[in-house]
Write a protein that binds this ligand. Structure first.
Ligand code: IPE
Ligand code: IPE
Ligand code: MG
Length: 252
């Protein structure tokens, strides 16, 4: 596992195309409701939007794409919707993994798997294993993921690994145990569906990420919508605590 710079420990290098994009895919239910369809129809269409987004990211040579598929709080939804989402997740894995593999995409799952049924856990393990040595886009799916859960599980692992350090922990002790220790911190965060919140997604990792919110509902998030997000990112000035004048100085 590689170790990456932390935006708070040193200033990360910036590229025109974000190296890591993290997405909250929101608005499936509302997309369906607008069409007088059941919410699950929106989730189905949402999978197609995922397939397309992966393509755009591959063509732009984005290195890491991280998608929030199911939050630790989504268990609060009606049982039928939760079961449908689990089934959809299982089917999508089965159906798509060979295509991901052919395209040299590495699939990683983050989140607490312990609440999934054993068939789904087996399918996840098989899919991750198959693509483990691929060197193209790293596609991370956050499923039963919560930012607080992530920080707490990392603290627990860290403490088990170095109990003698109690009271002396630094960032570098903790970050190797965070779920996304294999990736640089996200450059760009996109949330579709109009809400302006993080909903317990990557709390630690988003410290200096550029945030982009769009009213576009997830199933409608097409190439044009994606390009708007990238263009918005390219107009941002990422200062990481410094002044604009310092940045100008730096460029000269
Ligand atoms: C996002 O769409 C998908 C998941 C959370 C699984 P929603 O289902 O939250 O759609 P809205 O927000 O109700 O429209
Ligand atoms: C966030 O969407 C989680 C996912 C997209 C998986 P939600 O629709 O669950 O978020 P809230 O409940 O509106 O904050
Ligand atoms: Mg929602």
């Amino acid at each position: 596992m590689g170790f990456f710079n932390s935006a708070t420990q040193s200033i990360p290098s910036i590229t025109e195309i974000p190296k890591h994009i993290a997405v909250i895919m929101d608005g499936n239910g509302r997309w369906a409701r607008k069409r007088f369809l059941p919410r699950i129809a929106g989730h189905k269409r949402g999978v197609e939007a995922v397939r397309d987004l992966v393509k755009y990211c591959v063509s732009l040579k984005v290195e890491y794409l991280t998608l929030f598929a199911f939050s630790s709080e989504n268990w609060r939804r009606p049982n039928e919707e939760v079961s449908f989402l689990m089934g959809l997740f299982m089917d999508a894995l089965k159906r798509e993994v060979s295509k991901l593999h052919q395209n040299n995409i590495k699939l990683i799952l983050i989140g607490d798997r312990s609440r999934f049924d054993s068939a789904l856990i087996a399918q996840i393990e098989e899919s991750v294993q198959l693509t483990a040595n691929n060197t193209g886009l790293t596609l991370t799916i956050a499923a039963n993921y919560g930012g607080r859960w992530d920080i707490l599980q990392a603290v627990n692992q860290m403490q088990l690994a170095s109990p003698h350090l109690v009271g002396l922990y630094e960032e570098a002790h903790l970050t190797p145990y965070l779920s996304m220790s294999y990736a640089p911190e996200p450059d760009l965060f996109i949330r579709t569906g109009g809400e302006k919140r993080i909903s317990n997604f990557l709390l630690w990792q988003l410290a200096y990420t550029e945030l982009y919110f769009t009213d576009t509902l997830w199933p409608d998030f097409n190439e044009t919508a994606f390009n708007l997000a990238i263009e918005s990112y390219q107009k941002r000035e990422r200062r990481f605590g410094r002044t604009s004048e310092q940045l100008a100085e730096h460029k000269r």
